[in-house]
Design a protein around this ligand. Structure first.
Ligand SMILES: Nc1ncnc2c1ncn2[C@@H]1O[C@H](COP(=O)(O)OP(=O)(O)O)[C@@H](O)[C@H]1O
Ligand SMILES: [Mg+2]
Length: 259
């Protein structure tokens, strides 16, 4: 940690259900197991990441909503929750976050609220990982403005492959208009199922497509129901069932991420 700048990572894909939240929760936990000090930022009003890390969303919790709408009153450190696991902290979401876009509409520098929030504590962490809602809203733009890199979970499914193109175009626009420093640093194949031809085909297309092959992680996250079970039990899969494919894959992903 000493004086080193943290990696500030957005997990994004405009499509829903591609494994963004699963990747935020489980990659973060796996990184903490590898000794990295991690801050998870839940920018999705649906707060699945917050719950997945075992934290309740109570009305009176100070949340990321308070920080981005009322930064004069609230300090980032007031909102940080320690999870039950070492080296794994959280800036929780709140349902009210869905109204933040409208509340901020007339505010100056509204795209850079999250960036300022994170800057207050960045030095305390090795990695900061941010979840995004499945749309290009002001919340997602705040994440892109704050991030130094973007990891894209891509379901090994034809629609998801097609949607990658749109996301790459979006990021070009973000680079020009909001954050010249953001780069797409990786594509993570998710929901991989060795038994189905379509899953194998899409993985092969990702591996051979000139636009994507250099960005592709070697680790594919396999389809594994233990991942859903663990989120139902509000635990990252590496702490829920270490021997599962889900835990093994996210540990491998974490090691590849650290490099
Ligand atoms: N590798 C996987 N295998 C099986 N189920 C998964 C896997 N990854 C995620 N899921 C489940 O699929 C659903 C959608 O995943 P989620 O991470 O919430 O997607 P997103 O955040 O992109 O909308 C959730 O119920 C989650 O538990
Ligand atoms: Mg999600």
């Amino acid at each position: 940690m000493a004086g080193k700048k943290p990696r500030i990572v957005a997990i994004a894909n405009e499509k829903g259900g591609v494994g963004k939240t699963a990747t935020v929760v489980n990659l973060s936990a796996a990184l903490s197991v590898e000794g990295q000090k991690v801050l998870v930022v839940d920018m999705d009003p649906q707060h699945n990441t917050t719950n997945g890390l075992g934290i309740d969303v109570a009305d009176d919790n100070i949340s990321i909503y308070d920080l981005i709408t009322n930064g004069k009153e609230y300090k980032t450190s007031d909102a940080i929750c320690r999870t039950r696991w070492e080296k794994l902290d959280l800036l929780p979401s709140h349902i009210d976050l869905s109204g933040a876009e409208i509340e901020l509409v007339d505010e100056e520098a509204r795209e850079n609220r999250l960036k300022a929030v994170i800057a207050q504590v960045a030095d305390d962490y090795d990695v900061i990982i941010m979840d995004t809602p499945p749309s290009l809203s002001l919340l997602t733009i705040n994440v892109f403005a704050a991030a130094t890199e973007l990891l894209v979970p891509c379901q090994t499914h034809p629609y998801a492959y097609k949607a990658l193109e749109d996301l790459f175009d979006t990021i070009e626009d973000i680079k020009e208009e909001i954050n010249p420093d953001i780069t797409i640093s990786g594509i993570i194949p998710t929901f991989f199922d060795q038994r189905t031809r379509i899953s194998r085909d899409i993985l092969e297309r990702l591996q051979t497509d000139d636009r994507y092959k250099d960005l592709l992680y070697n680790t594919a996250i396999r389809m594994n129901t233990t991942i859903t079970d663990s989120s139902d039990k509000r635990k990252p899969v590496v702490f829920y069932r270490k021997s599962s494919y889900g835990a093994q894959d996210y540990m491998a992903l974490a090691r590849e991420f650290i490099g």
